[in-house]
Design a protein. Structure first.
Length: 186
């Protein structure tokens, strides 16, 4: 699957794949002890670096501002490579491969990631929302003809089932959710 087609692509980055998948692989016996130790080391280092970034402040020459390093890193011109020496000193050596990229990406996209997490939570809440048996999908404006036909043909019982129908987009499920939540009878 292309990540551009994924529903929550900010969470499906290559730099955080190990964070998302290593614990799952470990639970099913696919991750070796060596790989697991690297994962644990990266998580520990990430916590150390985040703690530094969230607590250390810098003095801005041009303003009276004293942002934390994490606030500074959110600026478009800021690069974590500028802090590499300080981070190596904190860690007592080289950071695990990919750690700095992950931290920088998470800092720069923190607002968008938080927004997406709220969307994920709303989706989980609406997953079990029931769709009335007599609901007429063909009358909902904003849905493509293809989506309307698929929903009519499959007749999903919940929004979660509707979202798992191939070709039914997250946007279409959101439109359907709005119609169900405001109680519009079609």
């Amino acid at each position: 699957m292309f990540t551009s087609r994924a529903e929550f692509r900010l969470h499906l980055r290559i730099d955080n794949a190990d964070e998302r998948l290593t614990p799952i692989g470990r639970n099913v016996g696919l991750v070796t002890d060596q790989r697991w130790n690297i994962y644990l080391k990266k998580q520990a280092q990430k916590q150390q670096v985040r703690k530094l970034l969230e607590s250390a402040r810098i003095d801005c020459v041009t303003t009276d501002d004293h942002p934390t390093l994490i606030q500074w890193l959110r600026r478009p011109e800021a690069k974590i490579a500028t802090l590499a020496v300080r981070i190596r000193e904190l860690l007592g050596g080289e950071p695990v491969h990919g750690l700095l990229t992950t931290i920088e990406t998470e800092a720069k996209y923190a607002g968008y990631i938080a927004q997406q997490e709220r969307q994920i939570e709303r989706l989980r809440d609406s997953e079990g929302r029931r769709i009335p048996q007599e609901f007429e999908f063909s009358e909902i404006p904003g849905l493509s003809t293809e989506v309307k036909q698929k929903l009519q043909r499959v007749r999903p019982e919940t929004l979660g089932q509707a979202g798992r129908i191939p070709g039914v987009t997250p946007a279409a499920v959101a439109v359907l959710d709005v119609y169900l939540s405001i109680g519009v009878r079609i």
